[in-house]
Design a protein around this ligand. Structure first.
Ligand code: ADP
Length: 665
């Protein structure tokens, strides 16, 4: 086993690789750009070397800088992760020439599989089924048109050098070909510096099923079963699972054999993935091979109980594969969901910014959270906006799906937008639950409908009840912590100086906000939303979940206030509300007399009047600080201050009467 490893990557995958190295006692060297100086992978590694400015081109893609970092730190090997330089044969070659161990396949295998055209030719010769199509050298438009005609429309144009869905065009009819071809070529030239195209039969409703293969340098090759990555948006994976639901045993066996044959055909060593499209009739076709560790490798680890990074390091060190094919077994079912900083409702627009709040579910043997960030870190616009991968395991698909839902429900992200609500909605749809989605399903379905979790009246009622309870609880905590324990202002039994306590709360989402008014009547509350009043009883159970009796029904839900973000999980949906500032979130229900009641727990930072003072309407009388916001109180009318109930510096619970106003003589 090698003793030190440089990880030529960042983010979650760098952290993931470091975790295995830790366990195996391998010293780790991270590299970082200026944008990542304090990134999690840098914090976790034994040593880290700066390799350049933020743009990847000037840092993570600079072969020279990475080799120099390896030399400076005496690293024995280089792991490329995925993305960046992971599938660049010249990099693999340079690593070898520098006398370092390359944790990946031989450069020749990367090259052979690097072009979709050459890869398909190779696979055809190895007897692996490929999608019917054209992958020849003649790139003339006439030839491509003739081939498309022969294949039969619709066809798919693909950049031979392609990846990430770029340079791809579906062509439905012959008269669309010329224009689509020109567009796909432009895109391919831009993205890959190579405009060669292949043409494929466009499968209407395929599933994406891929096979994890592994080969060692002693001529042995095995597979570690398949992953289903059919839940895609714009040809990019967002949820993956293993095993593939509904895959016939015979198909699984045939796919395994084809994958191993494919790996052998290119003299493959280390981890690789053979991607297939599975047609509705269970026939499968090779589309490409990824010559690296995949983003979604953890689902394979979950069902096999193996550590693929450990296998990679062992194989790279020259050890034989740890297990034979018949010793590799899969059990249960696993899912991975990719949590992105993006806005699915706005065309998956990436979002950047500081992760003000970041909460993940508790990790457990059946739940992994793979992330490259911590709370307070920045999602920068320079790299992939993935925040985390949630990986779950269950004894069967249904159980694993429930675990995934729970995991999604207990995440909280405040700062950049995230696709959490979208993921939650998607995994709850009937087609996904049935394991019946094809790769185009989500795009046909339309993200907007799934992404917009518009709160209903019931959601607003529950959110407001939970928020009011949380604000009251904060008041109780502050009172307990405050010096003056005997002050009547710390009473939390609903005692009020004047009359039933009413609160107006404002729940915001993006540009919109909804006012909710709550009136407490003993253990009940009257909650007014959108002009309708609801009679509610609300409480928090021992397990932290909330319950509510609402208009004759009892509901169970989850709610949590973290900073200025209220998370509500109810009825299979998750909603996040922003409370723009709590000063604005909690206003007195009616202007006038109530204006002199503290609308939330806070500290009196200034008293501007004393008993006996004459005041005029609008004159500032006190300043309260709550949630780092200052709120000024003004006299609601002309009058005389008859009593001041609070002192400067005092913590007051919500609802506290600050002062009394009498009529001027
Ligand atoms: P890339 O390398 O750009 O990711 P792939 O060839 O791996 O491109 O294909 C990506 C995705 O595009 C597949 O998972 C599938 O959703 C879709 N796709 C690719 N080829 C076809 C095809 N012939 N018919 C239908 N869909 C396809």
């Amino acid at each position: 086993m090698l003793d030190s490893l440089l990880i030529a990557n960042r983010g979650e995958i760098a952290c993931r690789i470091i975790a295995t190295c830790r366990r195996l006692g391998v010293r780790t060297v991270a590299v970082y750009s200026d944008a990542d100086r304090d990134a999690r992978h840098v914090r976790l590694a034994d040593e880290a070397v700066r390799i350049g400015p933020a743009p990847a081109r000037e840092s993570y893609l600079r072969i020279e800088a990475i080799l120099e970092a390896a030399a400076r730190t005496g690293a024995a090997a280089v792991h490329p992760g995925y993305g960046f330089l992971s599938e660049r044969a010249p990099f693999a070659r340079a690593v070898g020439e520098a006398g370092l161990i390359w944790v990946g396949p031989p450069p020749a295998a990367i090259e052979a599989m690097g072009g979709k055209d050459v890869a398909k030719q190779l696979m055809r010769r190895a007897g692996v089924p490929v999608v019917p199509g054209y992958d020849g050298d003649d790139q003339g438009e006439a030839r491509i048109a003739a081939e498309a005609e022969a294949i039969g429309f619709p066809v798919l144009l693909k950049a031979a050098a392609g990846g990430g869905g770029k340079g791809m065009r579906i062509v439905e009819r012959p008269d669309e070909l010329a224009e689509s071809l020109a567009a796909a070529r432009r895109e391919a030239l831009n993205a890959f510096g190579d405009e060669r195209m292949i043409v494929e039969k466009y499968l209407r409703r395929p599933r994406h099923v891929e096979l994890q293969v592994f080969a060692d340098s002693h001529g042995r090759a095995v597979h570690l079963f398949e992953r289903d990555c059919s839940l895609q948006r714009r040809h990019q994976k967002i949820v993956e699972e293993a095993p593939a639901p509904g895959l016939a045993d015979a198909t699984r066996a045939a796919m395994g054999a084809a994958g191993v044959a494919a790996a052998r055909a290119v003299g493959y060593v280390n981890a690789g993935t053979i991607e297939f499209l599975l047609d509705e009739d269970q026939s499968f076709y090779f589309i490409e091979m990824n010559t690296r560790l995949q983003v979604e490798h953890p689902v394979t680890e979950m069902i096999t109980g193996l550590d693929l990074v450990e296998w990679q390091l062992r194989v790279a060190s020259g050890e034989p594969l740890p297990l034979r094919q018949e010793e590799i077994t899969g059990s249960g079912h696993a899912f991975e969901a990719r949590v992105y900083a993006e806005d699915p409702a706005r065309g998956y627009l990436p979002s950047a910014g500081r992760l003000e709040r970041l909460r993940f579910p508790q990790v457990a043997p059946d739940l992994r959270v793979e992330t490259g960030v911590d709370e307070g870190d920045e999602v920068t616009p320079f790299y992939d906006p993935m925040i985390a991968k949630l990986v779950v395991h269950g004894p069967d698909r249904g159980a694993a799906l429930r675990r995934l839902e729970q995991a999604l429900d207990s995440c909280l992200i405040a700062g950049p937008s995230s696709n959490l609500g979208f993921l939650r909605a998607v995994v709850g749809t009937a087609p996904f639950r049935a394991g019946a989605v094809d790769t185009g399903w989500l795009d046909r379905e339309g993200a907007a409908g799934l992404a917009e979790a518009e709160p209903g009246d019931e959601d607003l009622v529950l959110a407001a009840l939970a928020l009011a309870e949380e604000l009251a609880e904060q008041g109780r905590r502050r009172a307990r912590d405050s010096a003056d324990r005997t002050s009547p202002w710390h009473r939390t039994d609903g005692w009020r100086l004047n009359r039933p306590h009413r609160q107006l709360l404002r729940l915001g989402q993006g540009e919109r906000s909804w006012p909710v008014e709550i009136e407490r009547l003993g253990d009940r509350s009257l909650v007014a939303v959108a002009g309708r009043e609801h009679d509610a009883r609300h409480g928090v159970a021992a397990d932290g979940s909330h319950w509510c009796e609402l208009d004759g029904r009892r509901l169970r839900f989850m709610a949590e206030l973290v900073g200025d973000c209220l998370l509500l999980v109810h009825d299979g949906r998750r909603l996040e509300f922003r409370l723009p500032s709590l000063a604005a979130a909690a206003e007195p229900a009616d202007s006038g007399a109530d204006l002199l009641n503290a609308p939330m727990p806070g500290r009196v930072i200034k008293l501007l009047v004393a008993a006996g003072d004459r005041v005029t309407k609008g004159q500032p009388v006190a300043v309260l600080e709550a949630m780092k916001m200052e709120q000024r109180f003004t006299a609601p009318r002309d009058g005389i201050v008859t009593a001041v109930h609070v002192r400067e510096g005092e913590q007051v619970p919500e609802g506290t009467r600050l002062l009394d106003l009498g009529d001027a003589p």
